[in-house]
Write a protein that binds this ligand. Structure first.
Ligand code: NAP
Length: 265
């Protein structure tokens, strides 16, 4: 098994990575940053997002494992003090693999389009003025949106920015996407549904925009486009992200402990 380590550069992570490298060599793993079978991400959920994007062209060949420094995350199952147990398991035990849906984003310009994959979400905002866009679902006009912006998130991304803007938390086994409004204008003149909507695998969303050079389209941690965007299309990607799974952490326990009781570490 070829293994790559992806990490953030915080002091505690660097110390954990040093120890992890020693363990991997002790158990005769081959370290291969370019063509790994398994990617060990050391940091938090944010670090795993960056690891995902580094290897997003190899998703059919790679599996991720998240080691968290500090609090338990949504993509990170192992604490740094469990690294030996993890390395032993990778060597000796066959693991289950779990996979989750991803968001496919196509940004349309006048003469071209660009394609992106999101693990958490993609947001659409406008810097100087109210964002105005017509929303189509399955090619049928749904509503005209005016407000600060829109977010489309995956089920695993539903606990991230989506949750902060009032979106629902969605179990990652559900193959769906969620469209959530960011501060929509609702008055006598302008009206939107005003609540998040969840679409299934056979549907897609298009946001048709008026011409402007100050849009801000994000995909997870990155701003991917701003100028001359005409429309943005969202659907569930054909690719999925795969995680090595030796232990089953009940999703709702993770939600409860992360947001309500804060006991898991
Ligand atoms: P970041 O500092 O890497 O992340 C911001 C926080 O979001 C961190 O605490 C991170 O956890 C947590 N997070 C990331 N993915 C999550 C998930 N799927 N479920 C629950 N929490 C999650 O910020 P960034 O680099 O700008 O953006 C990374 C992600 O953070 C974005 O995709 C966005 O969803 C989220 N974010 C949320 C808000 C908000 O809620 N207002 C604002 C900015 C960004 P760790 O500490 O474990 O890394």
């Amino acid at each position: 098994m070829k293994v790559a380590i992806f990490y953030n550069h915080e002091k505690q992570s660097l110390e954990a990575v040093k120890k992890l490298k020693e363990l991997l060599l002790q158990f005769f793993f081959v370290l291969d940053e370019k063509n790994p079978d398994v990617i060990l991400s050391v940091g938090g959920d944010g670090t795993l997002l960056s690891a995902f994007h580094k290897y997003e062209k190899q998703l059919d060949k790679v599996q991720f494992v998240g080691i968290h420094i500090g609090h338990l995350g949504f993509y990170t199952d192992w604490h740094e003090f469990e690294m030996e147990e993890l390395v032993r398991a990778l060597k000796e035990k066959s693991a289950d693999s779990v996979s989750y849906p991803l968001l496919d984003v196509v940004v349309e310009y006048e003469e071209k389009s660009k394609h992106f994959l999101a693990l958490n979400e993609s947001t659409l905002r406008r810097e100087s003025k109210t964002l105005v866009g017509d929303i189509y679902i399955h090619d049928e006009f749904f509503e005209s949106f005016r407000g600060d912006g829109l977010s489309v998130s995956t089920p695993t991304g539903s606990t991230a920015h989506n949750k902060s803007i009032g979106g629902a938390v969605i179990h990652p086994s559900i193959n769906a996407l969620q469209l959530t409004e960011i501060a929509s204008l609702n008055n006598r003149l302008f009206r939107t549904l005003g609540s998040p909507i969840v679409i299934g695998a056979h549907e897609w969303i298009k946001v048709q925009l008026s011409l402007s050079d100050d849009y801000m389209i994000t995909v997870d941690r990155e701003v991917v486009a701003s100028k001359n965007v005409q429309a943005v299309n969202f659907r569930i990607a054909k690719e999925r992200v795969h995680f090595v799974s030796y232990r089953h952490l009940h999703f709702w326990d993770r939600v409860k402990e992360s947001f309500i009781t804060g006991r898991l570490s």
